[in-house]
Write a new protein. Structure first.
Ligand code: SF4
Length: 116
């Protein structure tokens, strides 16, 4: 049985979590301060995911902050960044607007700040 030490990134508390892994599956999770930490740890040892944050170029060359609306598998992040880097937003968009649907799996790309 493999033991892994993680720091939960689901909130600023940053609980230190110990996960026991057997055959690629979390069989024990301790140290989490809440159920979100348990879920984070279980996913992290099987298929780690991260929210991707970046910027996209708008038609007027202004850079618009964006992020995926759900975490993306780490193995997909490079492909997502490639799409973000080649994308040009052809209109003004406000915070929360989806500008690319399905940028990866079930993740969409959303605007995170209002830029004039
Ligand atoms: S386990 Fe819960 S309380 Fe601890 S860092 Fe994660 S989300 Fe925050």
């Amino acid at each position: 049985m493999e033991k892994r030490e993680l720091t939960c990134i689901e909130c600023p508390v940053g609980c230190r979590i110990t996960v026991e892994v057997e055959n690629g599956v979390a069989v024990s999770v301790t140290g989490n301060g809440c159920p979100r930490g348990k879920l984070y740890a279980e996913n992290e040892v099987v298929s780690p995911k991260r929210v991707v944050t970046s910027t996209v170029r708008r038609y007027d060359d202004k850079m618009i902050p964006v992020k995926t609306d759900v975490p993306v598998r780490k193995s997909e992040i490079f492909a997502v960044m490639k799409k973000i880097n080649s994308f040009v937003l052809d209109r003004k968009a406000k915070i929360g607007d989806v500008i690319v649907y399905g940028i990866s799996d079930d993740a969409n790309l959303v605007v995170t700040a209002n830029i004039d």
